[in-house]
Design a protein around this ligand. Sequence first.
Ligand code: NAX
Length: 328
Amino acid sequence: MPKTIRVAITGAAGQIGYSLLPRIASGEMFGRDTPVILQLLEIPVDKVQAALRGVAMELDDCAFPLLQDIVLTDKADVAFKDANWCLLVGSKPRSQGQERADLLKDNGKIFIGQGRSIDSVAADDCRVAVVGNPCNTNCMIAANQAKRLKADRFTAMVRLDQNRATTQVARKAGVPVSAVSDLIVYGNHSPTMYPDFNNAKIGGKKLTDVISDQAWLTETITTVGKRGAAILEARGLSSAFSAANALIDHVRALVTVGSTLHSVAVCSDGSYGFAAGVWAGVPVRTTAPGTFQVDKSFTHVDAAKTRIAATNAELASERDMVKELLAG
Ligand code: NAX
């Protein structure tokens, strides 16, 4: 039997947590034969801690064979202790009238503390995936606190954007989603993200040969970028199970060695024109469990370069807004 994985999850009593936890406990993230221990972190507020206990009761009542233990805590050092994976989902929502810069700074403080704690108590092989928004910049802030763990242990999630784009093009082409490949989302998890249809494939053919309607493709970039807002408008709540599902895909991709390309936000080394040191979505291939390589072989037409430059500018401006939160 594979070794037990300790998975720390922040914001575990939230919406995404509720959809995510049973799927991890049932083996969808780390494999159907891999035991897991869930280490759940929530804020020290009685009502929230009570909700967390309720979630744990439901996990108990599922009698998941792979779920070996559940730890409930309001202390980061307890949640991240010996964790092999830290899934940073929790963050503060934007309050009414709050400036984006203030939201960035408010949430940034959470990720300073969590980054430090992970670096001091998590397992040596620890990997971190950030979902809490603004996830690229929060990931950069957490990684910046780490002395022991290298930057490539920290990734942020743009997979939901990839999945959203995949369904749009599959539906347009009248093919199953599994026919779509190499559809990479570049940049920030925000409306500036760029889903690259030019290098994507459908059934092994160039996507743009299968869908030649350029106006539709351009409009679909906007549809994908604004999908979160559309769901919020329709549901009155932000995306939850689709985000949890994307996080399953994100981590599963990073623990599964293979030639498939995935969109993952990683620490930029300057590839594709991203500023070095920001976390940007790029094409990634998993070379060993938890270890990836960025595929730098794609070329982009001028219109794509302009979009990538715009999402890079946003990432750089976010970094600028939180510069006092970055160590060194
Ligand atoms: P909820 O508000 O339902 O849950 C968030 C939970 O985090 C709350 O229970 C809260 O108590 C907890 N929390 C806040 N500060 C914490 C801290 N310091 N330590 C531990 N827990 C803390 O939000 P939910 O819908 O679950 O969304 C969670 C985050 O995911 C939000 O930041 C959201 O914006 C982000 N999203 C990211 C997506 C992505 O693709 N990267 C898509 C979905 C989602 O919008």
